[in-house]
Design a protein around this ligand. Sequence first.
Ligand SMILES: [Zn+2]
Length: 220
Amino acid sequence: MADTTASPTTTRAAVLAAAKKMLAEGLVEGTSGNISGRLPDGLVCVTPSSVSYEAMRLEDLVVVGLDGTVVEGTRAPTTEKDLHLAALRRYPELGSVIHTHAVYATMFALAHEPIPAVIEEVVVYLGGDVPCCAYRGTGSVALGDEVADHLADRGATLLANHGLVTCAASPEKALHNAALVERTAKIVWGARAMGATIHPLPDSVNRDMAGVYSYLRGNP
Ligand SMILES: [Zn+2]
């Protein structure tokens, strides 16, 4: 189960901190991207629509039910909330979802090509290759379902012609996963640009480390 020991204030602060860090790390530009965090009472704190990350304050965050009903807040929730809520509804062990338009990851999303798990830490933190969802319209319920399908045994998935979604037990860990995906996409892109042959990890390593991912996801 998600961490329910943190107070709502702490979870909200973690969502806000991750939002600002996501911008600082260059994983988003402008007001694109969004973050959710599951509150101890089961409601979900999400970033608002169309508020800059520099100016964003705790009171700008919006609290919604798992069905998307706004429970608290004066702002409109992110228009992409369905992809967060679909994943949080389906996987009770998850505590946070992050969506970004990170450049290198999105290059793979344009190609509808998975980012290969050719670095050990990718398998440990993400469970394996980062798959790519079929194209569905931005903000649609169908995109949410597609994302949830792809996060069953993975900590990240690409959105075709759009961007990246990561998940974890907390906003801090979901942001770590987003940075890891972007770094890996950049490394794979660079290795290909070198004309290098990219060698896969041994099957036994993939199997063992995917087992570690599965255990850690179920026991956050
Ligand atoms: Zn988006």
